[in-house]
Design a protein around this ligand. Structure first.
Ligand SMILES: [Zn+2]
Ligand SMILES: [Zn+2]
Length: 330
């Protein structure tokens, strides 16, 4: 899930006289305000499509192999609602994480006017990114996939085809949480399915295919059954038992893999939010230059002020209460 961004680290540290602002011109066509953020990266787009495909596969197996053919109506309805709601929230969080600007620093802002406006004193240092020609606020890092400097960049995640940074970390955390929850839910349902249905299905299937002696009355009735073995044999699934087993084993495998990956990622993210240290800062063991706040304050800075149900909703844009202006000078 995490690309180790060896080349994403802070690039260059220079004093104002070496910033060469004359070489930095803002891009000739800055995108119109409100344009959707979307990274055109083949690998990222393929990973994002695979993510959707895997969620839809789980939806298909849960609905058509386990819940719809089940005879327990209440069990099917309750589990169907819970699973679909969680899957919907997971995909919505994925979209928000992918399509939200993670906190990109304006390209080419290292102009003479901008540097002058910072009113640098002798000895003060600002950071300039030579790749996107921008003056980086503190804690921003350049991402070579997004080709931009990203504020509080944590890592570039190909599964959401975007950087995880200051503005979209909430959606990324929700995405990992909902994927972990649907994986767990699917695994529990597969467990129940094996417990309640399998013995019955296999026994019935064997009976339906049992060949009687030729010419007997039993043979004449059984031949009719053989033509429609699935109809008479399947009580718990609309597919034949072998197909059902394969579909369920694949779902188990997918569920286990995703449960492990996403719960580890969720834990790592919550830890880095609580300690207010991004993945890159932890890797680089950067010295702490920013004020230390309580864990609760750090959570609110990512999920929004004040604590509410909106924390769990990918549709609620967090009010991060940006009181502090971005710090450019170190
Ligand atoms: Zn940059
Ligand atoms: Zn990126």
């Amino acid at each position: 899930m995490m690309l180790i961004p060896t080349h994403h680290f802070r690039d260059i540290e220079r004093k104002p006289e070496y910033l060469q602002p004359e070489k930095c011109v803002p891009p000739p066509h800055p995108g119109p305000v409100g344009t959707m953020w979307f990274i055109r990266d083949g690998c990222g787009i393929a990973c994002a499509i695979v993510t959707w495909f895997l969620v839809l596969y789980a939806e298909f197996v849960v609905l058509f192999v386990m819940l719809i053919p089940s005879r327990d109506y209440v069990y099917s309805v309750i589990n169907g609602i819970v699973f679909n709601l969680l899957a919907f929230l997971a995909l919505a969080s994925h979209c928000r994480a992918m399509l939200t600007d993670p906190g990109a620093v304006p390209k080419g802002n290292a102009t003479k006017e901008f540097i002058e406006s910072l009113q640098l004193k002798p000895g003060q240092v600002v950071y300039k990114c030579p790749k996107c020609c921008s003056i980086k606020p503190d804690r921003a890092h350049h991402c070579s996939v997004c080709k931009r400097c990203i504020r509080k960049m944590d890592h570039h995640c190909p599964w959401v085809n975007n950087c995880v940074g200051e503005n979209n970390q909430k959606y990324f955390v929700l995405f990992t949480m909902y994927i972990a929850l649907i994986s767990l839910h699917a695994l529990i349902m597969v467990g129940f399915h094996f417990l309640h249905c399998f013995e019955e299905d296999w026994t019935n299937q064997q009976q339906a295919y049992r060949l009687p002696r030729e010419g007997t009355a039993e043979a004449r009735t059984s031949l009719h059954e053989i033509k429609q073995p699935l109809k008479s044999s399947t009580e718990c699934s609309s597919f034949s038992p072998p197909t059902t087993v394969i579909l369920l084993i694949l779902l188990c495998f997918e569920g286990l893999l995703f449960l492990i990956f996403t719960s580890v990622m969720f834990g790592t993210q919550v830890h880095s939010i609580c300690t207010d240290e991004t993945g890159i800062e932890q890797l680089k063991k950067e010295e702490r230059r920013w004020a230390k706040k309580t864990k609760w304050m750090n959570m609110k800075a990512v999920f929004g002020h004040p604590f509410s149900l909106g924390w769990a909703s990918p549709f609620a844009t967090p009010d991060q209460g940006k009181a502090d202006p971005y710090q450019y000078v170190v």
